[in-house]
Write a protein that binds this ligand. Structure first.
Ligand SMILES: Cc1cc2nc3c(=O)[nH]c(=O)nc-3n(C[C@H](O)[C@H](O)[C@H](O)COP(=O)(O)O)c2cc1C
Length: 180
């Protein structure tokens, strides 16, 4: 396999459950967001809206709503502590939403992956938060009105930050490739 800086960033990226809380520098954040904006989109529609939550005021507000969500199904309350704070001590949350359309979901997910890899290239890690995608914004709420443009669906949401301790390295990839 060819090893270059891009491949190193792709291989270094890991999903993090906890961040160390350090802020992400302005230029680094701009770099990450720009990587997202340069993802491909169906018919070049660029249908998305990126909501970048980074101020303490908004992190607190978002965190309050996020913490109030029920645990994922199948997780006993007693095990809740193992999950820690659902905000993961992250300094930034990025939510990608779009009007529903033929490729909106794919467009938003590609943007998010570009951001994950750009972040990894800067030593910043990420963590997809599916509860934000599926639950927090699945219904109209004051918070949704404040953060997401009207009529948009949230397709991707993730925390970003400098890595804290990660419990498990999920680096291994199993043989699911077939060359013909
Ligand atoms: C669609 C999707 C949903 C995910 N949801 C969550 C989630 O809600 N919480 C979480 O901690 N990780 C979530 N993940 C991260 C995966 O658990 C992680 O990517 C996988 O275990 C592989 O680990 P790696 O990303 O470190 O390589 C999600 C990933 C994807 C692609």
């Amino acid at each position: 396999m060819i090893q270059n800086e891009t491949m190193q960033s792709i291989l270094a990226r890991r999903s993090y459950k906890v961040f160390d809380g350090r802020p992400i520098e302005e230029e680094a954040l701009e770099t990450i967001v720009t990587a997202g904006l340069y993802a491909p989109t169906g018919m070049n529609r660029q249908p998305w809206h990126f909501t970048v939550i980074r101020s303490k005021e908004w992190l607190d507000k978002f965190g309050e709503a996020r913490r109030a969500l029920p645990l994922p199904p199948g997780i006993p309350k007693a095990a809740a502590a193992a999950f820690g704070d659902p905000m993961r001590n992250a300094p930034v949350m990025i939510i990608v939403s779009a009007k529903e359309g033929m490729t909106s979901m794919q467009d938003c997910c590609l943007a998010m992956e570009n951001m994950f890899i750009a972040a990894a290239s800067l030593g910043i890690m990420s963590g997809w938060d599916h509860a934000t995608v599926m639950d927090l914004f699945s219904q109209d709420s004051e918070l949704k009105k404040e953060l997401i443009p009207e009529g948009y669906t949230v397709y991707a949401a993730a925390f970003f930050g400098y890595p804290g301790p990660n419990v498990k390295d999920r680096g291994e990839r199993k043989g699911t490739v077939e060359y013909k």
